[in-house]
Write a new protein. Structure first.
Length: 120
């Protein structure tokens, strides 16, 4: 087995972030916010679009915020929720793929091509 360049801190951070995404509802909430863009959505609109409302949405937003994936800011009487961790999401993907094929017997091995199911 080849030497791993993944630090324990990388592993801990990745595990924490994956844990925050370990719920279908939380993943749906985050995806809704990513689709909305950097301006975010009011908490009410987020609930309508994601199908998660009330105290359940509050709980999921708290978990996502603790993982550093979203923010909530008050604007007057409204709470605006936004996905802010685009770099962290990319880093999470990189965490999974940066060591792809390093232990493969063929030194030049490449990961299989990916086709987005939405493109077919």
């Amino acid at each position: 087995m080849k030497h791993s360049d993944t630090t324990d801190l990388d592993l801990v951070q990745a595990a924490t972030t994956f844990a925050a995404l370990g719920s279908e509802q939380r993943l749906g909430v985050l995806r809704t916010l990513v689709r909305a863009g950097p301006e975010g959505l009011t908490i009410g609109t987020l609930g309508e679009r994601s199908g998660v409302t009330g105290s359940t949405l509050t709980h999921h937003m708290k978990t996502l915020a603790q993982a550093g994936l979203v923010t909530q800011t008050r604007q007057g009487r409204q709470i605006i929720c936004a996905a802010v961790a685009y770099d962290e999401l990319r880093a999470l993907t990189d965490f999974l793929t940066r060591q792809c094929c390093v232990d493969a017997p063929d030194e030049g091995a490449q990961p299989p091509s990916y086709t987005d199911p939405e493109d077919t």
